[in-house]
Design a protein around this ligand. Structure first.
Ligand code: HEM
Length: 183
C-alpha cells in the first residue's frame, strides 16, 4: 500500500499510542534496566509468535532481513540479572491468543501485524535505540530500513487497514500494562 495513504489512515492512532506515558518515558531515557527488561521480554514473546506464523506462511520471502526476534532475545539475556524473572504480561497472553485463534488463517491480516511491529522497530526504533539500556541490537537491521519498509508496505493491501489499527491498539495495551512496571 502507498506510504502516504497508510500513514494518513494510521497517524491518529500512532500519535495516541506514541504519547502514552511508557513510550514517552522511554523516549526521554528514563526507563530503568529492570523495567526495560520486562518490556523487551514481552516484545520478544509477541514478535517471536508473529514471526513463527509468518515464516510458516512464507510471508518473509524476499524480506529475509526483517525478522528480529532472535536479536530481541539476545538483548533480554544481555541486560538480565540472575534474580530477575521473565514475566508475561496479560496483554502479551491476549495478543498471542488473538493472532493464533483469530487471524492465523488470514495471510493479509498477519502481514498487517508484521508491518506494524517491524516497521515500528525500523522507524521509531531507530530514534530510541540510543536512549534505552543495553546495546539494543534489536534495532540493528542488516539492511537499508527505509527501502525495506517500502518493501513491507508493498505487501500490505487496503483491505486490512482495520487490522493495522488493531495491532496499534495491542501495542497500546502493552504500554498500559507497562505503566504498572515503571520503577
Ligand atoms: C517512542 C515512540 C515512537 C516514536 C518516537 C515513533 C516515531 C515514528 C516516526 C518519526 C515515524 C515516521 C517515520 C517516517 O516517516 O519514515 C514512525 C512511523 C511508524 N511507526 Fe512509530 N514511533 C513510536 C512508537 C510506535 C509504536 C508503539 C508503533 C507500533 C507498535 C509504531 C509504529 C510505526 C509504524 C508502523 C510506522 C510507519 C512506518 C512506515 O510505514 O514506513 N511506532 N514512527
Amino acid at each position: 500500500m502507498d506510504k502516504k495513504k497508510l500513514m494518513k489512515a494510521t497517524w491518529p492512532i500512532h500519535q495516541k499510542v506514541e504519547n502514552m506515558p511508557f513510550p514517552k518515558q522511554m523516549f526521554q531515557g528514563k526507563i530503568t534496566k529492570k523495567t526495560y527488561h520486562t518490556f523487551i521480554y514481552n516484545e520478544y514473546c509477541c514478535i517471536n509468535e508473529l514471526e513463527k506464523i509468518g515464516k510458516e506462511k512464507n510471508l518473509f520471502d524476499g524480506l529475509e532481513d526483517v525478522p528480529f526476534a532472535t536479536r530481541i532475545l539476545n538483548d533480554v539475556s544481555d541486560i538480565e540479572e540472575k534474580s530477575w524473572k521473565r514475566e508475561k504480561l496479560e496483554s502479551t497472553k491476549e495478543y498471542i491468543d488473538y493472532i493464533n485463534s483469530e487471524i492465523k488463517n488470514d495471510d493479509m491480516k498477519i502481514m498487517a501485524h508484521i508491518y506494524v511491529r517491524h516497521c515500528a522497530a525500523m522507524a521509531g526504533g531507530q530514534m530510541i535505540k540510543t536512549k534505552v539500556p543495553g546495546k539494543a541490537t534489536m534495532f540493528d537491521f542488516p539492511c537499508d530500513t527505509k527501502i525495506t519498509r517500502d518493501r513491507i508496505r508493498d505487501k500490505v493491501c487496503d483491505s486490512v487497514i482495520n487490522e493495522v489499527a488493531k495491532c496499534f491498539e495491542f501495542a497500546g495495551k502493552t504500554f498500559e500494562d507497562m505503566e504498572k512496571h515503571i520503577d
